[in-house]
Ligand binder design. Structure first.
Ligand code: SF4
Length: 194
């Protein structure tokens, strides 16, 4: 079995419900969407055997994998997740929610893109909804979202500091109004880590 991998790195989860936790990121190549605010290069990559990936991640003193992309569900199968589970790893995923998420995963973070209603039909229960938000975006009601432990608004960061600030301010105002939401900031960008 193999996966097309863009990069593997060891860092802290920068956002959402596991923010600040040490994690091994495995970024899989490819995505089914082309979001205009995408800040990730998921093109290219290298085909790697699971045993090779295992040998790479064993170098890190950590038992948490985060499958990310691109969109990791395009490649990630139950068989692959079971392989790393047998090796003693806990596994989280960062997904846009367009495809079903395996029950074998230990933590599911879904970041709906565009109109979010599709996620509820495909993945009715997840650990975390993390909604990227720009100033003026409509915040969907919970009846349009999956059941989740956490609901985060994540201000979209841009190259323009003023626009980013406006997005943050907008999220803060929405959370003060709709109090089940929490703020998720991408702290890895503030502290300049991967
Ligand atoms: S779903 Fe995520 S990785 Fe894919 S294009 Fe959108 S922001 Fe980028």
């Amino acid at each position: 079995m193999n996966l097309k991998v863009k990069e593997i790195f060891y860092s802290l989860q920068g956002e959402g419900g596991r923010q600040g936790e040490a994690s091994i990121f495995i970024r899989l190549s490819g995505c089914n969407l082309k979001c205009d605010f995408c800040d990730t290069d998921f093109s290219g990559g290298e085909m790697l055997e699971l045993t090779h990936i295992l040998s790479v991640i064993r170098e890190f003193p950590c038992r948490w994998i985060i499958w990310t992309g691109g969109e990791p569900t395009l490649q990630l199968t139950g068989e692959t997740i079971a392989f790393f589970k047998r090796e003693g790893y806990f596994q989280a995923i960062e997904s846009n929610g367009h495809y079903p998420l395996s029950d074998l995963l230990n933590y599911t973070a879904v970041s709906p893109k565009g109109t979010p209603d599709y996620v509820r039909k495909i993945n009715p229960v997840v650990d975390e909804i993390r909604l990227p938000v720009k100033k003026g975006d409509t915040i969907p009601g919970f009846e349009r979202l999956p059941e989740a432990k956490y609901y985060f608004l994540s201000p979209v960061f841009t190259d323009d500091a003023l626009t980013t600030r406006e997005n943050i301010n907008y999220c803060v105002e929405q959370i003060k109004r709709l109090t089940v939401w929490r703020l998720s900031l991408q702290i890895h960008k503030f502290i300049s880590i991967e």
